[in-house]
Design a protein around this ligand. Sequence first.
Ligand code: DGY
Length: 324
Amino acid sequence: MGRPKVFVTRPDVPQEGIELLKKKCDVEIYNEEKPITRDALLKGVKGKDGIFCLLTDPIDKEVLDVAGPQLKVIATMSVGFDHIDIEECKKRQIAVSNTPHVSTDSVAEFTVLLMLAVGRRLFDSAAAIRQGEWIHSWSPLWLCGQGLKDATVGIVGMGRIGQAVLKRLLPFGVGKTLYYDVFHPIQPAEEMGAIYSSFEDLLKESDYVVAMCNLSEETRGVFNKKAFSLMKKSAVFINTSRGGVVNQDDLYDALKSGEIRAAGLDVMVPEPLPKDHKLTTLPNIALLPHVASAEVSVRVLMSEMAANNILNALEGKDLVSPVY
Ligand code: DGY
């Protein structure tokens, strides 16, 4: 029997993971430093035993059909796996892994950074001088925001990253922390003082509403017109999870009409967001290009974890981080 064949959907992933794979597998790598085209994906996966993919690569029934029955494992170099048809993989007994844990601190840190930056109006303040808006040396109410001290923070989705965000918020002297999650009680969060709340009550009470939930059929578009209408007029909405959990037209209306104060998004639909998208016209939104885990050290760990998952699956061992 020859060496197993693995397809990697992008060349610019940290090479540490690729080197691990190359020791034991024949590795074919897509050659362009951008999300793989559908045609190239279908061509690349054919006859492979393992696929190393990214969150930009939809792995659906057609991809699995074309890959063939020998396919044993799909490892995505991301925490999110909403781009993979998990039910179809289960039916075919194809192992699927993601890369949890290694980016938790990075994403949590970035989420708090975004909360502070939006809450305290860092982006508008930094832009003011360049835009010639700093006219008076100091003004009592100019560029005033509201920070974390005494704030009620509502976290929707209290998984690993939600808990890591909560931990980082406590030293800022937040007032109350609420959480909503389909699974509850979540002991580690409650031990840090978080109180379980219904989704509606969390929206009504929170000064900061932070989306930290996976994208699934249950969470798609849950931050919609009704949700924004329940939030305080002074609320700040933050999303570092997946763009699909937000109805962006409704968010646009809520920000435009002043139904909520401001928002910070690291994820949106589509990605990349066109630079003339209507969200970019709003002064009270900070838009970041999906960079919450963007630290080289983290991306190296993600790459190695994806590779180790593939190697384990091909050797018949337990995955390091199975999705199911
Ligand atoms: C993930 O891992 O799913 C993030 O969105 C990218 O780091």
